[in-house]
Design a protein around this ligand. Structure first.
Ligand code: TYM
Length: 372
């Protein structure tokens, strides 16, 4: 039986089969050969690359060859502020920060408050704006370079963005928007226009500089459909197609599905009380046996274990130690209780440190903001 999963910008459901997603979306897998090429420029590889957490791309080889010719690229990524940031959101941002450091690249960070207003009809624009400014603290806390990073809310930078968005919109038909995003006749009309706003930062630097500047967009794979459209339209406006790096989804702490705000029990928010987060970890779904005895005898299964995924994505960056965790799980030496306990301590430590950085970010927030 083929396992069912869904990946759209507004919904990710089921256990994602990334090889099938590559085929479905027409992505290019990240190969070892490509990693060697990246390493030529960066000297080492972030563990997201080594572990294929960054699993696919579009045109990254082109970005590298332009870079080699001294045609510097800029980075672009974003956030839709419909709630507090969770650990999953950090995944594409962490690799964006690493790329900024390694390539000394400028970054545009788009906060789509307009999108969340149009797509989450239960929240007011004021509330979304509050989340936006809270989410920006998480972004700054990750250590982006204030001289090279510009963050903006779409509604606060609309005078710059809107004239560019309508140029994109003129090339997108309703039937394309329906086919790509599944809109129906009862969808509000703002939804149909929105993708044009998300396209603008993919050529904003070219517009500002008056010459074409390559753009690289790190994102988790759910955001790819927006840029399939943008990659069709931008050459019609005289710009390069943006290149893309796709990350996998950090799963929730339950048996399946990505970490998602809509399932708070299995989701760790960055603003959360570290002790509560530790409790959630202790309640996580694991790949262990029903009893300690059974697990000691038969071993556990890290492949289906959410706790193991947390070590893999964020909480064990040493490859050898990660491998040891997997081996000791499989041979029954490591049992779930202690494995969860160690993870819970690491999550707690991470949150305490991250929350201190969020507090410090309040003082420098204005250095990052772009407004009209
Ligand atoms: P949003 O706010 O849904 O998500 C922000 C970023 O986090 C990624 N993401 C995840 N990554 C790993 N594991 C997860 N569980 C997980 N959940 C979400 C998303 O793919 C995204 O990269 N419309 C966008 C905001 C946006 C944007 C962009 C994103 C505007 N311009 C350019 C990427 C690139 C949104 O609502 O993202």
């Amino acid at each position: 039986m083929v396992e069912k999963f869904i990946v759209t910008p507004w919904e990710v459901r089921g256990r994602v089969n990334y090889n099938r997603l590559i085929k479905q979306f027409g992505l290019v897998p990240i190969t070892d050969e490509l990693l060697e090429k990246i390493k030529k420029f960066t000297h080492d590889l972030h563990y997201f690359f080594r572990r294929k957490i960054v699993f696919a791309h579009r045109d990254i080889d082109w970005i590298l060859s332009e870079y080699e010719k001294k045609n510097q690229f800029y980075l672009y990524t974003g956030r839709g502020p419909s709630g507090y940031t969770h650990l999953g959101h950090l995944i594409p941002w962490i690799i964006t920060k690493w790329l900024q450091d390694k390539f000394n690249a400028k970054l545009y960070f788009q906060i789509t408050d307009d999108e969340k207003f149009l797509f989450k009809e239960s929240i007011s624009l004021e509330k979304i704006k509050e989340f936006a400014y809270d989410n920006i603290l998480d972004i700054i806390a990750l250590g982006f370079d204030p001289k090279k990073t510009r963050i903006f809310l779409n509604t606060e930078y609309a005078k710059t963005l809107y004239p560019e968005a309508i140029k994109v919109a003129r090339h997108i038909t309703i039937s394309t928007a329906k086919a790509v995003f599944g809109f129906k006749n009862d969808s509000n009309i703002g939804k149909i226009f929105f993708t044009s706003m998300q396209a603008v930062p993919a050529f904003l630097e070219s517009k500002k500089m008056g010459r074409n500047v390559p753009c690289l967009i790190p994102l988790a794979a759910d955001q790819d459909p927006h840029f399939r459209i943008a990659r069709d339209v931008l050459p019609k406006l005289g710009y390069y197609k943006p290149a893309i790096l796709h990350t996998k989804f950090l799963p929730g702490l339950g048996p399946e599905g990505k970490m998602s705000t809509s399932e708070p029990e299995t989701c760790i928010f960055t603003i959360e009380d570290p002790n509560l987060a530790a409790k959630k970890v202790m309640n996580a779904f694991t790949g262990g046996g029903a009893t300690e005895k059974e697990q000691r005898e038969k071993g556990g299964n890290p492949d289906i274990c959410s706790v193991y995924q947390y070590y893999l994505f964020l909480f064990e960056q040493d490859d050898e130690k990660l491998n040891q965790i997997a081996q000791e799980c499989k041979n029954g030496k490591r049992i779930c209780g202690e494995c969860k306990q160690i993870l819970a301590e690491r999550v707690k430590k991470f949150l305490i440190e991250h929350q201190e950085k969020r507090s410090a970010a309040k003082d420098v927030l204005e250095d990052f903001m772009l407004r009209d």
